[in-house]
Design a protein around this ligand. Structure first.
Ligand code: NDP
Length: 248
């Protein structure tokens, strides 16, 4: 089975590094044209240059998704130029961990703005064209934290649990148009987001993971490539847990 995304265009949020960059590399290797959205121009350009060097068709969109109006305007300008994006991967995500008693309104709000709210306004923007084309793939990167909870992460877990309700509901709304809506829920993956974890913390984590190792960004990217493919045409409203057995 070979995944072929030739002729497909994918927009990936948070595509400059970590899991987003790995998803970009995988989708590009399957032939997709990419638009990588991220907020830091330098990191984004470096990733785009690397992928382009390998022969991929990749464009960069510098935008901060905490500003929906500016981001939407930039996405609209981009699609006017390069055509619609029928694959959307909302991968950008942040943590602002704190015990609930100490959590500030700002910490709560920012995590909502980055992790959850773009799923509403960005999907709404792109799904119209997917409906017209009678084909589309909407993939959200969730987290096992949204499935099992984690102390200190009420804000983060709330956004990731909300993803489940979102994909299941939208999948029912748009399924008749050939559009699938799914999520991937990673466990602990080695990326800049998790690099703060220390040796002993990592050992304890490994004990809780059936496969006894942290995941790699590629483990998530392969799952996303599958969900974007023709082969996954009959998979919708699903949250695919890719956690090495941390959660089951
Ligand atoms: P990283 O922090 O490594 O990468 C996230 C990317 O999103 C960064 O490039 C970041 O930019 C970008 N981003 C953050 N905020 C914004 C914003 N306001 N506007 C535009 N871009 C933004 O995270 P990971 O690769 O580890 O995580 C990717 C996804 O996977 C997230 O949704 C995360 O919740 C999820 N996940 C990750 C796990 C892990 O173990 N790593 C586990 C479970 C889920 P910048 O560098 O400037 O912050």
């Amino acid at each position: 089975m070979k995944i072929d995304l030739t002729g497909r265009k994918a927009l990936i949020t948070g595509g400059a590094r970590g899991i987003g960059a790995a998803i970009a590399a995988d989708l590009a290797s399957c032939g997709a044209e990419l638009l990588l959205l991220d907020r830091e121009a330098e990191a984004l350009q470096a990733t785009v240059a690397e992928l382009s060097g390998g022969g991929a068709a990749v464009r960069a969109l510098v935008a901060d998704i905490t500003d929906p109006a500016a981001t939407l305007a930039a996405v609209q300008a981009e699609t006017a130029q390069s055509g619609p994006y029928l694959i959307l991967v909302h991968n950008a995500g942040i943590t602002r961990d704190n015990l609930l008693m100490r959590m500030t309104q700002e910490e709560w709000d920012l995590v909502m703005k980055v992790n959850l709210q773009p799923l509403f306004w960005l999907t709404k923007e792109l799904v119209r064209e997917m409906m017209r084309e009678r084909w589309g793939r909407i993939i959200a990167i969730s987290s096992v934290t949204g499935l099992m909870g984690n102390p200190g992460q009420t804000n983060y877990a709330a956004t990731k649990a909300a993803v489940t309700g979102f994909v299941k509901s939208l999948a029912r709304e748009v399924g008749s148009r050939g559009i699938t809506v799914n999520a991937v829920a990673p466990g602990f993956i080695r990326t800049p987001m998790t690099e703060k974890l220390q040796g002993e913390q990592i050992d304890r984590l490994k004990d809780a993971i059936a496969l006894r190792r942290l995941g790699e960004a590629q483990d998530i990217a392969h799952a996303v490539a599958f969900l974007a493919s023709e082969q996954a045409a009959y998979v919708t409203g699903h949250v695919l847990n890719v956690s090495g057995g941390l959660y089951m």
